[in-house]
Design a protein around this ligand. Structure first.
Ligand SMILES: [Zn+2]
Length: 195
């Protein structure tokens, strides 16, 4: 205990460590806020990082109960979009950290060269506005190497996160930052799906 405080999911009632859950707080106006980084002040309530648990908690009025009537019933879609942008923000943060740690390969040519060697890259990020030809080349090679490859943001946003003007393709070398970034993308996809 102490270092690993446990909390219960409002949806499925599982008890997990705080950092394996999403935290929610209530604004002074009575709106439930998703506090993914667990930094907002005040009383917190929790769900698993699972859209089904969030949907159940909303449907069954668990937020009103947890916050003792000090909040309105939240809308699932509002909390979901807030979480999606928090997952995306965290992904770009991690990308910036990976750059500072010298863990990225930037640019389509460099990434294609790195893909010639097995195990050199573990994640590849493509801009959504990448040219179709380049995307196909990188995606085909990434699939062949079984490297996790996703289109995540515009060129300008990808560029910004690594201190450049525009980037269409960024590869990450294996390590904890790449693992954490991959986890955020998977969370995003789980919440973005239909439920
Ligand atoms: Zn749950």
């Amino acid at each position: 205990m102490g270092a690993h405080p446990q909390r219960t999911c409002l949806g499925c009632r599982s008890t997990l460590q705080k950092d394996e859950l999403i935290r929610y707080t209530v604004s002074p106006q009575g709106d439930v806020l998703a506090d993914y980084r667990q930094k907002l002040p005040g009383r917190g309530a929790y769900t698993c990082i699972d859209p089904n648990c969030l949907a159940d908690a909303v449907k069954r009025g668990q937020f009103e109960r947890a916050f003792r009537g000090r909040c309105r019933r939240p809308e699932f879609d509002v909390l979901r979009s807030s979480l999606l942008s928090q997952f995306a923000g965290r992904t770009l943060n991690l990308l910036g950290m990976a750059r500072k740690a010298g863990q990225i390969v930037s640019g389509s040519n460099q990434v294609l060269v790195a893909l010639n060697r097995a195990g050199e890259l573990t994640v590849i990020l493509l801009a959504r506005d990448i040219s179709a030809g380049v995307a196909e080349k990188v995606e085909t090679k990434a699939a062949h190497r079984q490297v996790f490859c996703r289109r995540i943001a515009e060129k300008s946003i990808l560029g910004q996160s690594v201190g450049r003007e525009e980037r269409s393709v960024i590869g990450l070398r294996p390590g904890p930052l790449a693992d954490a970034l991959k986890k955020e993308i998977i969370r995003y996809e789980e919440f973005a799906g239909e439920h």
